[in-house]
Each structure stands twice: as structure tokens, then as C-alpha cells.
Design a protein around this ligand. Structure first.
Ligand SMILES: CC(C)(COP(=O)(O)OP(=O)(O)OC[C@H]1O[C@@H](n2cnc3c(N)ncnc32)[C@H](O)[C@@H]1OP(=O)(O)O)[C@@H](O)C(=O)NCCC(=O)NCCS
Length: 287
């Protein structure tokens, strides 16, 4: 006797592995997102991927990735449902699974306008907004004269200390991947003390700047300008809208707004750390 197919919203959710990278990139492409295979590689190795297999063939019907920062926070990203299965409850099914797995751990994510209603329904609230900016850096508006140089292996302990102070949680498992994941990792100094750092990593035809941690907006500008000299590609980064002076300086330098996303939290009044010194995430998919 033929068995009737499992209703979509009851399809099992499975853990993803690095072998699922191309299926994840296919899903990105299916939703007109860039394939971002380099980023998927980081997220599937440093984080935990969840997926629902396409019941009608090879590939994934839905996916998402969770990057854990211990009991204090986990970041959800890359929530995607294949176009042909949209609006049939798969996004809700996957998110409910991820929330159940997370238990009491507070959560954060950057929501697109598409995803925001679902996240609100699931208990997320907006804590801030973020501007995705992109463009060829023109060097029209100069940055302050803060010394910036390529990071060395000896800088790593100081970078980790500063990152933990500003991010508010230990991100060693992500920050120590930066020398391999990024093309350029630079530090800003004041009298021998590291007062900021930033990475530029390759993504499709751009270099993404992130994380960007700095003592003040001028130091953040110096780091961006220094990274801009290291690449011919357009730059992309995601800056909290509260950093108005950095955003206007970026725009003067040809780095304009592409879209705005909502920074959301769940089981947490606000993100830990110091937003004043946190200018850009490593990626919006991992916080
Ligand atoms: C956002 C997304 C993951 C939702 O998944 P989905 O399986 O289509 O959503 P569901 O069927 O589970 O619906 C859950 C809720 O999402 C919202 N939603 C779903 N599709 C929507 C759409 N096209 N526009 C606006 N809201 C939508 C609705 O609030 C819906 O609740 P309802 O069914 O009571 O109306 C999916 O549309 C998608 O992959 N979009 C492109 C990628 C993206 O923007 N991801 C979010 C990243 S933060």
C-alpha cells in the first residue's frame, strides 16, 4: 500500500556537516543570495548547521546555522527555505527546532524584512538596526592618523583580550580562525597598546570587513582605510546604525547603504559587551 508523504512541517531536522556546504550554497542561490561558499565553510565548521532534506530529491529544503558563545549567547544565521517550499511552515519548523536545541541560551540574529515577522512570533525583539554598506573605497575623506599594521601571531593574546572585553563573551574559537579565514588582519596601536583590530575576508567579489573592534570611531576609520589599501575589490561591512559618524564617513568614501537589517535578541534584554567599540560583526550570520 503506498504511504502518503510526510507533511512538510513534520519533516525531520538533521545536523549539517561540511559535506553539506554545496547544498547550503545552492539554497542561498535559490533565494537569490550569493553562494558565499567561503563563509559557509566557516559557519559549518565553527558552528552547528541544521537542515531539512528536500523530500523530492537531492539537496536541502531548509537550513540555518547556530554559532555558540557558551551559555551566555548563541547567534542564528543563514535561515533559508527553498523558494518552492516557501510559506508552508518549514521556516517555523526549523526555527522551533533550533530554539528547542538552544534551551535557555539567549539568542541573537540579524533579521531581514522577510524573516522578522517569524522571529517576532517566536519571541525575538529588536535591540538595534544595522546597515549593510558596500562600495569601492575612494579615499575621499581621510581617516585620523592612527597607526595600523598587519597583525602577527604575537598579537593574538591581546586581540583575544580586547575582543572579549568588547564582545562581552569569549569568542576564541572564532577569532583564532581569522588568520586562516581572512585575507588581511590588522591592528591599531597607541603607544604599543592594541586599541582595535579588523579583518577583511573574501566573499564573492567583495572583501567583507569584520569583525571591526576599535576604541573610537576614528580608530575604526583608520582600520577600514588601511584594509582598503590592501584590496582592489569593493568593500562590504555591516555597521550598527548608532555609529552615525562612521556611517557618514564611509558614505563619503563611496561605501553606501545596500539594505538595513534588524538586530534581534531573545531571552536577553540587550547584547552583552560594549556596542560603542563594536563597529561590525565578523559576519551577520554569526554575530
Ligand atoms: C524567511 C523565511 C526563512 C521564512 O520561511 P518559510 O518557510 O517561508 O516561513 P513559514 O511558512 O514557516 O512562515 C512563518 C512566518 O514567516 C512569515 N513569512 C513567511 N513568508 C513570508 C514572506 N514571503 N514575506 C513575509 N513574511 C513571511 C509569516 O509571518 C509566516 O507566518 P504565517 O504563516 O502565520 O503567515 C523564508 O521566506 C526565506 O528563506 N526567505 C529568504 C531568506 C531570508 O530572508 N531569510 C531570513 C534571514 S534572517
Amino acid at each position: 500500500m503506498p504511504t502518503s508523504p510526510t507533511p512538510l512541517a513534520q519533516l525531520p531536522v538533521r545536523r549539517l556537516a561540511l559535506e553539506d556546504l554545496l547544498a547550503c550554497a545552492d539554497l542561498s542561490e535559490n533565494r537569490s543570495w550569493p553562494r558565499e561558499e567561503h563563509k559557509w565553510g566557516l559557519l559549518l565548521t565553527a558552528g552547528t548547521g541544521y537542515g531539512i532534506d528536500d523530500p523530492e530529491g537531492p539537496g536541502l529544503a531548509a537550513c540555518s546555522v547556530v554559532t555558540s558563545y557558551g551559555p551566555g549567547l548563541a547567534a542564528i544565521g543563514m535561515v533559508l527555505v527553498a523558494e518552492r517550499y516557501a510559506c508552508q511552515g518549514l521556516g517555523r519548523r526549523l526555527m522551533r527546532h533550533v530554539l528547542a536545541e538552544a534551551g535557555d541560551t539567549p539568542l541573537t540574529l540579524y533579521a531581514t524584512a522577510n524573516g522578522q515577522p517569524l522571529y517576532e512570533e517566536l519571541g525575538f525583539t529588536e535591540t538595534s538596526r544595522s546597515e549593510m554598506v558596500r562600495g569601492r573605497f575612494t579615499f575621499a575623506a581621510p581617516a585620523p592618523d592612527v597607526p595600523v599594521r598587519p597583525a602577527t601571531a604575537e598579537d593574538l593574546p591581546a586581540i583575544l583580550r580586547l575582543d572579549q572585553e568588547v564582545f562581552g563573551l569569549d569568542r576564541t574559537h572564532m577569532i583564532t580562525r581569522l588568520p586562516a579565514f581572512s585575507d588581511h588582519l590588522r591592528v591599531a596601536e597607541d603607544g604599543g597598546e592594541i586599541i582595535g583590530f579588523a579583518a577583511a575576508w573574501p566573499n564573492m567579489d567583495t572583501h567583507v570587513i569584520g569583525p571591526l573592534i576599535a576604541r573610537d570611531p576614528g580608530t575604526a576609520q583608520a582600520l577600514i582605510a588601511s584594509l582598503a589599501t590592501a584590496t582592489d575589490r569593493p568593500l562590504r561591512t555591516d555597521i550598527d546604525v548608532r555609529h552615525t559618524s562612521l556611517l557618514s564617513w564611509a558614505k563619503e568614501n563611496g561605501i553606501g547603504t545596500v539594505t538595513t537589517t534588524s538586530v534581534m535578541v531573545r531571552s536577553l534584554p540587550d547584547l552583552p559587551g560594549d556596542w560603542r567599540r563594536r563597529f561590525a560583526p565578523l559576519t551577520v550570520a554569526a554575530g
